[in-house]
Design a protein around this ligand. Structure first.
Ligand SMILES: NC(=O)c1ccc[n+]([C@@H]2O[C@H](COP(=O)([O-])OP(=O)(O)OC[C@H]3O[C@@H](n4cnc5c(N)ncnc54)[C@H](O)[C@@H]3O)[C@@H](O)[C@H]2O)c1
Ligand SMILES: O=C(O)C1=N[C@H](C(=O)O)CCC1
Length: 250
């Protein structure tokens, strides 16, 4: 059987370099290109890549995806920075390239995907909910893509269930003291040397609290999700947002 031809964008980065190793080690895949900043995207088409794994930076991801989708190359995207505007633009490119698939995964680790699922399930049952994400200090964006998505899913679950807003008597606060407001859910971002990627969802009700915590201790935690995404994305034309859709969790 022929191997899946995979390219990695952001190949010299923290997660990209790990993805290069994972693709090289996968028996059903061939690494056909490994691009860093400044390398020409034409290498992708010339290499015959079927899937591009996009692990660059929020300022690079759109141009890379425009090229991939325009050339019918499926993409598995871990890069953060997704706004409604960006998603609409991407959907426009995909509409013009029927058959091409893009998976955007705010987090490729199974534990983080399950954290989001558990948080969604628990959110309507507690008066209060806040998200704390903790990352390495080299991370350029805050809050994390995972925390933003988690808060959005929590907010949607509470809205669907008719849960009232969380109580909060704060009338005076230093800027930022109550975190960022993501769809009404406070999200707090910690940057600390020694950490990689961690998240807590704190839920509180009368006389009880529930804490859902996930820790990615090594970039290897993201690799099974990336490889799964690369294997599945070609059979999922259009945009898929969230690895859970390939895990049959939703
Ligand atoms: N979804 C997930 O599970 C997951 C996990 C970890 C990191 N991330 C995200 O992945 C992205 C990368 O994270 P990182 O920690 O590896 O960052 P990093 O800065 O270590 O790596 C990014 C790399 O991309 C390169 N790059 C920038 N523009 C490029 C371009 N146009 N073409 C090719 N390469 C380019 C940079 O030079 C750098 O080497 C971030 O957005 C991060 O939040 C996602
Ligand atoms: O290290 C990073 O940067 C990470 N980014 C993603 C995010 O913003 O959620 C996933 C976790 C690691």
């Amino acid at each position: 059987m022929s191997k899946l031809r995979v390219a990695v964008l952001g190949a010299k980065g923290r997660i990209g370099s790990e993805a290069v190793k994972a693709v090289e080690a996968a028996e059903d895949m061939e690494l056909v290109a490994a691009l860093g900043r400044g390398d020409t995207l034409e290498t992708l088409a010339a290499s015959g890549a079927q899937v591009a794994v996009e692990l660059t930076t929020p300022d690079s991801v759109m141009a890379n995806l425009e090229y991939c989708v325009g050339h019918g190359i499926h993409a598995v995207v871990g890069t953060t920075g997704w706004t409604e505007d960006r998603l609409e633009k991407l959907k426009g490119w995909l509409a013009a390239s029927p058959g091409t698939g893009v998976l955007i995964a705010p987090n490729f680790s199974i534990g983080a995907v399950l954290t989001m699922k558990f948080a969604q399930l628990a959110a309507p049952w507690f008066e209060s909910v806040e998200v704390v994400e903790l990352h390495h200090p080299n991370k350029v964006d805050a809050p994390s893509g995972t925390a933003t998505r988690t808060a959005q899913l929590i907010a949607a679950a509470r809205r669907d269930a008719g849960t009232p807003p969380a109580p909060d008597a704060t009338t005076t606060a230093l800027d930022g003291a109550r975190g960022a407001n993501v769809d009404g859910v406070p999200v707090h971002a910690v940057r600390l040397r020694g950490l990689l990627a961690h998240q807590e969802v704190l839920l509180g009700g009368e006389g009880e609290t529930l804490t859902i915590r996930h820790d990615s201790l090594h970039h290897s935690s993201f690799m099974p999700g990336i490889l799964l995404g690369a294997r599945r994305v070609g059979s999922a034309p259009g945009l898929t947002f969230g690895l859970e859709h390939f895990l049959d969790l939703s």
